[in-house]
Each structure stands twice: as C-alpha cells, then as structure tokens.
Write a protein that binds this ligand. Structure first.
Ligand code: C5P
Length: 229
C-alpha cells in the first residue's frame, strides 16, 4: 500500500504464552524457518510502504529478540519493553510513536499471516472514523453462560471474532491510552470505546489471519503458508 499517511505499527510480542505450554514464547517459535513475530513484521512491512515498526518485547526475552533480529537481518525497528498485561505493553509501545504519525496499527506478534488487503481495509476505515477493527464471522455455534450455571443459545450471526491489526488515528489513541487501566479492556477498541471514541468501524478480516495460541496452530499456519489463498 502506497499512501501519503504516516503509519506506525506497534507489534506486541511481550506475552509469556502460558496457554502455548512451551519454554519459548509462541511469538518466537519457528514457522517454516522464520520466527512467528518476524513473519508478522515482514507481512506488515510488505503491506504498507514506509511503515515504521515498534516491537514490544518483555525484558526477560530481550536477549532472544536481539539474537532473532540479528539472525534475520531486521533493521530500522524500534524496541519497547513489555508490560505485565497487553494494555501496558501497547502503552509502552505508544510512548515511542513519533509525533508525525497519522495512524497507529496495533498488531499481535502472534499473528504471522496478516495480508495486505486486510491492512488496507483497516487503514482506510481508521482514517475515516475513530478506528477500525478487522473481524470474521463465527463458525461454531455459541452459547451464553448464565450466572446460575445454565446456558442458552445465541445467534452467532450477531457476533464477529476480532483480529488485529486494529488501526486508530494517533492522537485519539494517545488520549485513550492516557486513561487508567480497566479489567474490561480486552483489546484496543475497548480502550478507545471507554475513552468515548465510539466510531469504531468493523471491516472484513481474514480466516487465514490466525493467532498462534496452541502448538497445533503452528502446523495450521505452515499449511496456510504453503497453500496461500
Ligand atoms: O495472550 P494473547 O495471545 O491474547 O496475547 C495477544 C498478544 O499480546 C500477543 O502477541 C502477546 O505477545 C501480546 N502481549 C504483550 N504483553 C503482554 C501480554 C500479551 O505484548 N503482557
């Protein structure tokens, strides 16, 4: 994508990945010869000309990151230190975003297969409103769990599964992240909404843009890489 906007991507890669069950956090695992987070960065960079990238890495994994960056020949990337939760990691990354940024994309370092068309939809919608969220239809049936231990079916057509990158005008995102943390923040869009930025536009994501969560996801992502859509 070639546009006149200044776009910065914050790639959050400071999670410990407890659900993944490995000593190596999932974002640093090998996916067909390239670490997951490097694939995520490369995919974003090849989607937006002149993209600035800030990667957020935990202090404990900084040495591993430096080794990966050197081995993969990654240059021109700013590094921020991660926080104890995703919100704090984003906030730390955001503190390094330049004043000239128009749009900030926030992307999970564990989503290596993001595509240029999704990024374009996010950027176009983000500049027109308070932000943009890529999302896909839910294919499983859904049930709402009630406080008394029972459950009831809900209409899955009314729901979307949210992905990243989410994109926001830089100034609005800074204002939202200047407010205190709340446990209700599940993603960046929820932080924006809590700050009163409610024109958040849902755009089509991609079923291939999976988040590596369990070890099997690496095999699935490898299949997607070898058989692109
Ligand atoms: O745990 P989960 O997969 O939902 O995390 C989403 C993304 O947020 C991952 O890329 C993870 O590395 C990142 N994260 C972070 N700092 C934390 C927790 C999660 O950067 N403290």
């Amino acid at each position: 994508m070639n546009c006149s906007l200044n776009i910065t991507a914050i790639v959050v890669a400071a999670g410990s990945g407890s659900r993944f069950g490995s000593d190596v956090p999932k974002q640093f695992c090998d996916l067909d010869g390239v670490p997951v987070v490097v694939r995520a960065i490369d995919a974003l960079r090849s989607s937006v000309d002149g993209l600035k990238v800030i990667v957020v890495v935990s202090a404990a994994e900084m040495e591993r990151w430096r080794g990966i960056a050197e081995a993969c020949g990654l240059g021109g990337i700013t590094v921020a230190v991660g926080g104890t939760n995703r919100w704090e990691s984003v906030r730390n990354g955001l503190s390094l975003v330049g004043d000239d940024a128009d749009i900030v994309l926030i992307h999970d370092g564990a989503r290596p297969l993001v595509d240029a068309a999704t990024v374009r939809r996010v950027v176009d919608a983000a500049i027109a409103g308070d932000g943009a969220i890529p999302a896909v239809a839910v294919t499983d049936s859904l049930r709402l769990m009630l406080a008394d231990g029972t459950s009831e079916p809900v209409d899955r057509m009314a729901y979307r599964a949210v992905q990243t990158p989410q994109g926001f005008p830089a100034g609005k995102l800074r204002r939202a992240y200047s407010l205190p943390y709340s446990q209700s923040f599940t993603d960046d869009a929820s932080v924006m909404a809590a700050a009163g930025f409610t024109d958040l536009r849902v755009v089509d994501g991609s079923v291939y843009n999976i988040k590596i969560t369990h070890p099997l996801d690496l095999d699935v992502a490898g299949l997607y890489l070898r058989h692109p859509s």
